[in-house]
Design a protein around this ligand. Sequence first.
Ligand SMILES: C[S@@+](CC[C@H](N)C(=O)[O-])C[C@H]1O[C@@H](n2cnc3c(N)ncnc32)[C@H](O)[C@@H]1O
Length: 337
Amino acid sequence: MVLSSVLREVDDDVLEGVLACSRPECQLEFPIIDGAPILVPDVRGVISQSLLPLLARDDLSPTMVGVIGDCAGPSSAFDTMRQQLSLYAWDHYGDLDPQEPAAETGAPRPGGARACLAAGLSLAGDLTGGPAIDLGCSTGRLAFDLAERTGDLVLGVDLNLAMIRLARRVLTTGRVDYDRRRVGLVYDRRSFAMPVDRAARVDFWVADVLALPFAIESFGLVAAVNLIDCIAAPAALPGVAADLLRPGGSAVFATPYDWSPSAAAVEGWIGGHSQRAPHGGASEPLMTALLTPGAHPQSVEGLRLVGEHPGVSWQLRLHDRATMHYAVHVLAARADA
Ligand SMILES: C[S@@+](CC[C@H](N)C(=O)[O-])C[C@H]1O[C@@H](n2cnc3c(N)ncnc32)[C@H](O)[C@@H]1O
């Protein structure tokens, strides 16, 4: 891959440019937009499905964004994007928001995904070092947590351009700006500081976890928090992690097994179907079997379960009066040294 053109750059950070495959017979182009490289096999598909975040303006007042939200209406692509950003930005950064209600009020608590990662890292024990990757990083806070924990290079990857955009804005401005859903189409703009360690080498790319552009054994740590039930081929994820890991590296998986046909066909779910089978339809024993060499036909060689937590609390705030509460199964695994 070569950087074939730089169209906009600030302090060595390429904000707009084009990467091109260096193989003469290929020469596919991958754009860098707003600092985020889009490194997916189907660039055309991802761009055409992401026109809204790609072309969205960020200079409109919260009032005008609200007017547009009312006009676009519920279930519009605009409202879906705002709802998703509200969900994940609240969970990732709400602890830093001075306007969040205090814990004593009984209001839902942000930070559940970070708690899943922390539980997984504690189960993983000593880390070997080397770059870390957060698969399905969404709005990015766990990548910052990984940087603090490892002191090494951290990359967050996600297919959702709106989320990567928010993560990159936090990275480059040290501020979080998001619309927090109150009720229906009503959102309140929240703006507050997120102390970003300038020395931390964190970056965010648009990439598909099932088609990652990395050589094998590139990372010392792989995190996949609340991801496996969101991808088209859930059982492939342990193999993806095993390929990415250097010998002795660690992987953290966390999932509430909230299976949905919109993410993966039923046949691809890990449990959640076939109640007559020996596992009774349970997801947990199948997931642990996938991480135990020889325990299942799809078990991954070279990656071994080292610990699990049955249920870490993860709250996702939908609006002022509704919160989804998950108990997340967290597992840590280690690549053979
Ligand atoms: C349930 S969210 C979890 C986000 C974050 N890890 C957390 O725990 O807060 C799943 C994330 O995975 C992303 N995602 C889904 N399929 C993906 C894929 N094939 N490649 C990369 N990211 C994907 C979604 O865009 C979303 O941000």
